[in-house]
Each structure stands twice: as structure tokens, then as C-alpha cells.
Design a protein around this ligand. Structure first.
Ligand SMILES: *Cc1c(COP(=O)(O)O)cnc(C)c1O
Length: 452
């Protein structure tokens, strides 16, 4: 059989409220052409983010009921810790409320003025936490990772020569760790190969540097390794996952991605001293070391989520679902970042709307057109997000369609594809936007626009 089915049945349904184009037009104007201001019940298919938007399984909900809410030493913590130990081989495991809390703890301890942190591409909160500590964040992805048409199988790979040159230039004593993000979220959800992770490890060993994974989507990354890397095809994904973690000295994780939960994070460390200091900081602002700002029920849901995310039927469905959208859009002549990544499709808005100049935000204009036409909420990744005073416009104007885990069916995706193709057919009607007002930082969340 060729057809890949959703490997689950649906026990609880959440109604989608249907709306008309006229209703959406009014809602969009009320939201000042910024979809962050929309009420989520006015959205039909919400592809704003894959973070914390997944559906939990019946076993996870059973865990929610079993959750033990004791302040210290809860069995829910032990179940969570044991699951993560078994999966990653790490000894020291701290729960946090989400990924950025893990980042804050780590860089408060190892960051600081004068330090330099290399990564394939820093995610925005990772960069912000590195810079908040006073350190400099440097992105060293391979050149193929920046070319939207390149079909390289591992576009998330680190440029190893560039890493060597950086270490030579600034000196290993100024580098507190080398990071690598799997999959490379800001680079289009593109995977990193096991061979590349091993090369990073070898460079770290040569200079005595710790290697830290930003491991939010480690399971999706491992599945790509199984699909694409020579010699990996016959191996269980859980073994590939273990190989990835075995190469690292630490990992920061947002469980809102491959943890299949709505909230949660993890900080994994091998060094006992460092882990003890991170635990002290955790207690200062998040909570005691056996709950880290979460409820016992959240720890149960995470423990179960990290069981389910390694099921290969799930991963086959997950990766295929995203690839399916990408293939169909390409077949309609719509340019996307190729090949499709693990959690999202990125539409090239400059190619979609060649009549809209960059200063009139073609990607934001396309986001508005998709909402108007079909009630789909996507997100702009372009000049609105990265531009503004003192910034040069980014290389690409992208519209990201992030796919929540286990939430939508194939017919929802067919609806999305049909809608985008229809908008493409009348793309000349899409009008550019100008900013009416915006804050200085992170302006995409709260900027207001009008049509030009
Ligand atoms: C989401 C994400 C983070 C931050 O996690 P939060 O749970 O949103 O704080 C860090 N790195 C990557 C690669 C992410 O995708």
C-alpha cells in the first residue's frame, strides 16, 4: 500500500467554526492586517506555529490524571526523568517550563561578555539568551542551507571549516560551547546528518570544548537521518536518537515540539557540577528541581510524549504530511524552500508576489490573502520579523505554514493546498502593506498595517 494514513483514531473533536470571506475581511481589518491579533476561533486552519499546538494521546491524558502534585519527590518526576535517561543516556535531567528557560539557565552559567557561541542557526530565543548574557551568537550553517532551491539532503549541517576558522580566530578559551540545532528551525526545519554531528564532536574534542544540542526536534531529525543518510536505513530511530545524544555534553529542549505536549522543557547535562549550579538557578526562578515550574501532570504527559514520538509510524506520517503539502504546492508552480523540512513549509513570497516590492512586505501581504480567502493563519518570516530601523532586509521573504502535530487530517491539508493554489491564480490582486505603527523590538507580534 502506498497510502500513509494518520496512525490514530479521533476520540475527542474540537469544532472548527466556519466563517465567510466577508466575516474574515472584517476580522482582518479589525486586526490591523496582523494575524497575531486575530481571535483563534476566527481561524479555520491554524498554521501559525507547531509549538505547543499538538494533540495529546489518550495515554498522555491518562497520565494527566495520574499526575502526582507533591512539591518534592513526585513519582511523576521519576517517570519523566527515567524516560529521558533511557532515551538520551544523560544522567542529569532538569525539567523547565519551556525551551527558553533551559537556555536562560545554561547561558547564565556559561555565557558572558567576551564569549562567542557558534551554532548552525540560532533560534531567536537561543540567540536572545546568548546575547542577554553578554556573549555573541554566530551562525555557521553550510552555504546550501541558505539557498532555497538547493536539494541538499542535510541543509541544516554546520559548516565545519567555518567552525574551525572561528575557533582559530577568537580562540577556544572564548567559546563556552559549540551548539547545533536539530532540526535547524530558523533554517527551514532542515536536518543535520549524523556524520556532521560527529565532525562537530571531533572539532570540540580537539579544542576541549563542550558540545550542546538544541534538541527540540531531535526525533524528526533522526527520522530524516534514517531516510537519507547512507548506512542508516535499517536502524531503529531510537538508536539514531541515542547516537545523536551520545555525541553531546548537554542539550536544551522545548518539549512543545517533539515532546508532544502543550507546555514543558528540559535541560540535559553530563557535568554534575554544572547541573547542580543549574538546579540552584532553577529553584531561584522556576521551581524545585523535581518540577521546574511545571505541574506533576505535565511531567507525566512529557514522559509519555517522549515514548510516542519515537514510534516510526508516527514519524513516517509526520514527515510525509509536511512533504505532501510541499510537493503539491510545487506541482502548482508555487516556489517553496526545498526540500520540505520537518515541521513546516516555507513559501517564497517574492516569487509569489513579484508585483509587491519588499518595502511593502510581500510575505505579510500573502499571509493576509490566505486568511481572507480561506481562513488559514500562517506567519510572515521576512522584513516584518527581521527588518526595521538599523536592520538590512533579510535575504528571503517567506510565509511559513507550520503543521501542528496530530491535529489536522489530510483533507484539512488538501483544503490548504487548494486555497493557496486559488490565491496563486489571482495573485495580482494581492496588495502590499505599510506599517502604521510598530514597537522597536519583536515588531511582528504587535505591528499594525494598512493596505497601499
Ligand atoms: C521553540 C524553540 C526554542 C524555544 O523553546 P520555547 O519552548 O518556545 O521556549 C528553542 N530552540 C528551537 C530550535 C525551537 O524551535
Amino acid at each position: 500500500m502506498k497510502t500513509i494514513i494518520e496512525p490514530f483514531r479521533i476520540k475527542v473533536v474540537e469544532p472548527i467554526r466556519m466563517t465567510t470571506p466577508e466575516y474574515r475581511e472584517a476580522a482582518l481589518r479589525k486586526a490591523s492586517f496582523n494575524v497575531f491579533f486575530l481571535k483563534s476561533q476566527d481561524v479555520l486552519i491554524d498554521l501559525l506555529t507547531d509549538s505547543g499546538t499538538g494533540a495529546m494521546s489518550s495515554d498522555q491524558w491518562a497520565g494527566v490524571m495520574r499526575g502526582d502534585e507533591s512539591y518534592a519527590g513526585s513519582p511523576s518526576f521519576h517517570r519523566f526523568r527515567d524516560r529521558l535517561r533511557e532515551m538520551t543516556g544523560f544522567e542529569h535531567i532538569l525539567p523547565t517550563h519551556q525551551g527558553r528557560a533551559s537556555e536562560r539557565l545554561l547561558f547564565e552559567l556559561i555565557g558572558g561578555k567576551g564569549k562567542v557561541v557558534p551554532n548552525n542557526t540560532h533560534f531567536d530565543t537561543t540567540r536572545a539568551n546568548v546575547e542577554h548574557s553578554g556573549a555573541e551568537a554566530v551562525d555557521l550553517v553550510v552555504p546550501e542551507g541558505k539557498d532555497p532551491r538547493s536539494r541538499h539532503p542535510f541543509k541544516g549541517n554546520m559548516n565545519i571549516d567555518a567552525l574551525r576558522r572561528l575557533i582559530e580566530r577568537v580562540g577556544p578559551e572564548r567559546i563556552p560551547c559549540v551548539m547545533c540545532t536539530v532540526t535547524n528551525n530558523s533554517g527551514g526545519g532542515q536536518p543535520v546528518s549524523l556524520a556532521n554531528l560527529r565532525e562537530i564532536r571531533a572539532v570540540c574534542d580537539k579544542h576541549g570544548l563542550p558540545f550542546v544540542l538544541d534538541a527540540c526536534r531531535f526525533a524528526e531529525n533522526a527520522y530524516f537521518i534514517k531516510l537519507r543518510e547512507p548506512g542508516q536505513q535499517g536502524r531503529p530511530v531510537k538508536d539514531i536518537v541515542r547516537d545523536m545524544f551520545d555525541l553531546a555534553d548537554g542539550a536544551t529542549i522545548s518539549a512543545k515540539k517533539d515532546g508532544l505536549v502543550n507546555i514543558g522543557g528540559v535541560l540535559l547535562l553530563r557535568d554534575e557540577q554544572l547541573s547542580r549550579r543549574a538546579g540552584d538557578l532553577l529553584i531561584l526562578t522556576e521551581g524545585y528541581v523535581t518540577y521546574g515550574g511545571l505541574a506533576g501532570r505535565d511531567l507525566e504527559a512529557m514522559a509519555q510524549g517522549y515514548e510516542e514520538v519515537l514510534q516510526e509510524d508516527y514519524l513516517a506520517y509526520r514527515i510525509r504530511c509536511v512533504e505532501y503539502i510541499g510537493e503539491k504546492l510545487l506541482a502548482h508552480g508555487i516556489q517553496i524552500v526545498e526540500p520540505p523540512g520537518g515541521h513546516a513549509i516555507y513559501i517564497d513570497a517574492k516569487a509569489f508576489c513579484p508585483h509587491i516590492q519588499v518595502e511593502h512586505f510581500p510575505a505579510q501581504a500573502l499571509v493576509c490573502a490566505l486568511y481572507r480567502h480561506a481562513g488559514i493563519r500562517a506567519v510572515e518570516i521576512g522584513s516584518v520579523m527581521f527588518g526595521g530601523e538599523g536592520h538590512k532586509p533579510p535575504a528571503m521573504e517567506l510565509v511559513r505554514l507550520a503543521v501542528p502535530r496530530r491535529v489536522y487530517t489530510q483533507s484539512h491539508m488538501d483544503y490548504v493546498i487548494e486555497a493557496i493554489a486559488e490565491v496563486y491564480g489571482k495573485r495580482r490582486e494581492i496588495r502590499g502593506l505599510r506599517i502604521v505603527r510598530a514597537p522597536k523590538v519583536l515588531r511582528h507580534f504587535t505591528a499594525c498595517f494598512e493596505e497601499v
